[in-house]
Ligand binder design. Structure first.
Ligand code: NAP
Length: 543
């Protein structure tokens, strides 16, 4: 046992050393210096400032191109560059207007590294479509991206901001605001969910956007929802296109490529689907307890050993035929089979105030938005595994959370209910939320007791909703795939009734566990492999 662990440790150390060597080599090729300035309040040397020093020290060991200077907030340079928050990191302020308010902790660490690489190279690495949009911007854009260290959607949006600021330093300035370090600033913007993006004080993005949508929203100063490329940016020939990068899609990709089928996975949001925002997973075989995002990272790095993943790209249309044509927001794929592993999206309560206050105290992601509510009173609505897991997560973060459930028994597994009782989280039974009230952000909820018929009000700062999911079947419907009465994809061992179109995971309904979604992905991949050798639709036609 010990021997094996020793080998694993040595392998991990070796790959870390290799990674560091690659970074060192990459930095040595860079033409530009990367000066970093940190401004701090002299009286308040907090964890964020300390973390910044440590992070920069690690990177400075890789290259002399990174320099680091620290100044108090009352220094002349702070006045010159209009720095008022502590700590603030400025990256190459003579060339770019990119600053970090707080520290690039957790998920943001990777974006900090990418920022330094882009600044060192002097290149944004944006695609041509995005560059074309930014080129048309002719007046200043002051961008603020609010992020949290635990939010899996935030890095993509922060990266969009950095790329734009590197591409057009003449007009675009960027502040990445860590909400944990800057709760007051987040309050001021009523940014109670992350990522949230403002440009010139206008909300231009709620959630992560593809780079083209971000650039289009930035240009128009208004959130854009659809981006159609002007020209087809290249054609990709494949055997299989998988729509969705959750456990089902990632597993299917591993299986199809191992069967010799050229495969692409396309995911418009964060990889991992719902798992990425699940605080803790305790029932995925081989892991007695693992953070949802950590499990996703392991799955993604495994999948990447085999399959190409196109993240931040949206499938706009699928035309069945030979070949099938998959049009995304960036390119066209010709493929022999399409696997729909589009998962599910969270359900809404559909009560007054919910949509108006979404992102302003109403949240569907405790992992992302929890940090803003530390020390505050919130409710978690729902009685399933998600509601209980997330209520526990909020409780452990130091949030005063009460579970609100519409019945007198929870749907969640016994082991989770046990954890809930041990933690002493209060539960309001037989209670329905009838309205969410507040002016700029959530202030109270109106509750209805369906046993006594009484209505009451409860003052809260946040309303977290975990009331289940609805299958994401928009694309399936668009191409005429049949659905079940409950709205899931109708399938026969993962074959939909449209030849060449398959399904896997939560979009099929069923048990909706990570392990079952992965299993469905594997089964579906094997069905595709069998059919591409021996197409069942041709056999049927001939029969
Ligand atoms: P779920 O199991 O469908 O539970 C949804 C909960 O929300 C139920 O308690 C339901 O109440 C309540 N609800 C639904 N609509 C509501 C409304 N309009 N108003 C108030 N309450 C409402 O959803 P989930 O917890 O998100 O789980 C989804 C799937 O993922 C499940 O299969 C679950 O097992 C799985 N999951 C597994 C884990 C894990 O194993 N660690 C973690 C998370 C999720 P009723 O009970 O009255 O219907």
């Amino acid at each position: 046992m010990d021997d094996t662990r020793g080998v694993d440790d040595r392998q991990a150390a070796m790959s870390e050393a290799q990674f560091m060597a690659q970074l060192r080599a990459a930095f040595s090729q860079m033409p530009n210096d990367i000066p970093i300035y940190m401004f701090v309040n002299r009286e308040k040397d907090d964890i964020f400032a300390q973390t910044n020093r440590q992070i920069v020290k690690i990177f400075r060991e890789l290259t002399k191109k990174i320099t680091f200077r620290e100044y108090p907030l009352d220094h002349d340079l702070a006045r010159k560059w209009n720095v008022i928050h502590s700590p603030t990191l400025l990256i190459a302020p003579e060339r770019y207007a990119i600053r970090w308010l707080g520290a690039p902790m957790g998920e943001e660490g990777r974006i900090f590294l990418e920022t330094m690489m882009m600044v060192g190279m002097g290149q944004s690495h944006l695609n041509d479509e995005s560059k074309k949009i930014l080129k048309k911007i002719d007046s200043p854009r002051a961008v603020k991206v609010f992020v949290s260290p635990t939010c899996p959607y935030c890095p993509q949006q922060a990266l969009n901001g950095v790329q734009a600021a590197v591409e057009r330093p003449d007009v675009i300035s960027l502040e990445i605001v860590d909400i944990q370090a800057n709760p007051r600033l987040a309050d001021q913007y009523s940014a109670h969910s992350v990522p949230q993006t403002f440009a010139n004080e206008v909300l231009i993005g709620m959630g992560a956007q593809s780079q083209e949508l971000f650039c289009a929203s930035l240009k128009k100063l208004e959130a854009q929802t659809v981006f159609i490329p002007e020209v087809d940016a290249g054609l990709v020939e494949n055997d299989v296109v998988i729509v969705g990068g959750g456990p089902a899609g990632l597993t299917a990709g591993i299986y199809t490529v191992r069967s010799g089928l050229a495969t692409a996975i396309i995911e418009r949001d964060a990889l991992g689907g719902q798992v990425a925002t699940t605080p803790i997973v305790e029932n995925y075989t081989g892991f007695s307890q693992v953070g949802g995002k950590s499990l996703v990272d392991i799955m993604v790095s495994h999948a990447l050993q085999y399959v190409q993943i196109f993240q931040g790209e949206e499938v706009l249309d699928i035309t069945p035929g030979t070949p099938m044509v998959v049009q995304t927001s960036r390119r066209k794929f010709h493929t022999r089979a399409v696997l729909l592993a589009t998962g599910a999206t969270h359900k809404h309560l559909d009560v007054p105030g919910e949509s108006r206050l979404a992102g302003k105290g109403v949240s569907y992601c405790s992992t992302c938005d929890g940090p803003l509510f530390v020390g505050k009173k919130v409710i978690m609505v729902g009685g399933g595994n998600s509601a209980v897991t997330e209520a526990l997560h909020l409780h452990h973060m130091g949030i005063d959370v009460t579970l609100v459930h519409r019945r007198d028994v929870l749907r969640a597994q016994d082991v989770l209910v046990g954890h809930l009782k041990e933690a002493g989280i209060p539960i309001l039974w037989n209670i329905e939320v009838k309205e969410i009230q507040g002016d700029k952000s959530v202030e109270r909820v109106v509750l209805y007791n369906n046993r006594t018929g009484e209505t009451s009000a409860l003052d809260v700062k946040g309303v977290f909703l975990a009331i289940g999911y609805e299958p994401a079947v928009g694309l399936a419907q668009k191409i005429g795939v049949e659905l079940t009465g409950e709205g899931y994809i109708r399938h026969d061992r993962h074959r939909t009734h449209v030849p060449g179109v398959y399904s896997a995971g939560d979009v099929e309904g069923g048990y909706k566990q990570i392990v079952t979604a992965s299993g469905q992905g594997a089964e579906s991949a094997m069905a595709i492999f069998e059919d591409l050798i021996n197409p069942y639709w041709q056999t049927r036609k001939g029969a």
